[in-house]
Design a protein around this ligand. Structure first.
Ligand code: NAD
Length: 281
């Protein structure tokens, strides 16, 4: 069994970005909007800030009050950032408070500044083909980068993705399909999950339920990408039974240290791409 070491691979990506940013006289800038103080989001935002500081991308954080912020005034804030030439990337940290309508918020972001890749324009491009994945969402992009680093060619593989969210499950399914895998996407209404995991060569699990994927559900030599992040008794764990599955798997990502750091590295990459696109506009 080999660990797919996201911490290591992300450090290579960050190093490359640092080198590129270093050459730029005007630095790229990422603005993150946070509404409320969701504890997990605070940790993720802190990690993103750290990565920006590491690679030399300018960081701005706008913190809005959860109770008084409405969909309309959040959109106004986004429109202001859309027209601010100093801002290259806009990221709205999710989850948002329930009274804010996320689809309208995402729609308001200029697609050229949409570094999370959640806008319908960028998601649509991601589905089209590999050539149009420049603003693919960061987590799916990070998963693909990790597989590439370890020379894992998914062409012809049977891949099962568990989870069909717009930010992970659907785009990673599309990106695996773009690379020639035969993809099955499972979700909460899937009748018999094990039936779809048993013979899979590659499994991406992105649900948010600890212990969802167990060793009896996977075949020998399977490749497992665990996206899940669950806080159990103060520890961060994924969706799969790492201890038992790692004894059967050929490759597996740890949690923490797998997909998480790859996501942050790809956010830095997307911010640099946004900067370059805006220079050319
Ligand atoms: P989500 O809540 O939007 O989607 C969850 C998905 O799981 C849905 O498609 C749902 O249908 C499916 N699901 C729920 N119960 C299921 C079951 N019993 N069997 C099969 N499918 C089931 O979640 P998300 O935003 O895609 O995130 C998923 C997980 O990944 C969460 O733990 C989240 O914290 C984590 N995450 C990690 C990163 C990272 O960088 N490592 C990034 C994004 C999300």
């Amino acid at each position: 069994m080999k660990i797919l070491d996201g911490k290591l691979v992300s450090s290579f990506i960050l190093k490359k970005i640092t080198g590129e940013v270093c050459q730029l006289s005007k630095k790229p800038k990422l603005t993150v909007i946070m509404v409320g103080e969701d504890p997990a989001s605070l940790v993720y935002v802190r990690n993103k800030k750290r990565a920006c500081e590491q690679v030399g991308i300018l960081w701005e954080q706008i913190s809005l009050d959860a109770k008084t912020t409405t969909t309309e005034n959040l959109i106004k804030e986004i429109q202001r950032l859309n027209s601010d030439k100093q801002v290259n990337g806009i990221l709205v940290q999710v989850p948002l408070p329930k009274h804010i309508y996320l689809p309208e918020v995402i729609k308001a972001i200029n697609p050229y500044k949409d570094v999370d890749g959640f806008h319908a324009y960028n998601l649509g491009k991601t589905v089209l083909s590999m050539q149009f994945e420049d603003f693919a969402p960061c987590t799916p992009k990070g998963i693909i980068r990790l597989l590439e680093h370890y020379d894992i060619d998914v062409r012809g593989m049977d891949a099962t993705v568990i989870g069909h969210s717009n930010i992970v499950g659907k785009p990673v399914s599309a990106m695996l399909l773009n690379r020639g895998a035969t993809v099955t996407t499972c979700h909460i209404d899937t009748k018999d999950l094990k039936n779809h995991t048993n013979n899979a060569d590659l499994i991406v699990v992105a649900v948010g339920k600890a212990g969802l994927l167990t060793a009896d559900m996977v075949k020998k030599e399977v490749i497992v990408i665990d996206v899940g992040m669950n806080r159990i008794n103060g520890n961060l764990i994924g969706d799969c039974d790492f201890e038992k599955i790692s004894k059967k798997a050929s490759y597996i990502t740890p949690v923490p240290g797998g997909v998480g750091p790859m996501t942050v590295a790809c956010l830095m990459e997307n911010t640099l791409i946004a900067y370059k696109k805006q220079l050319n506009q």
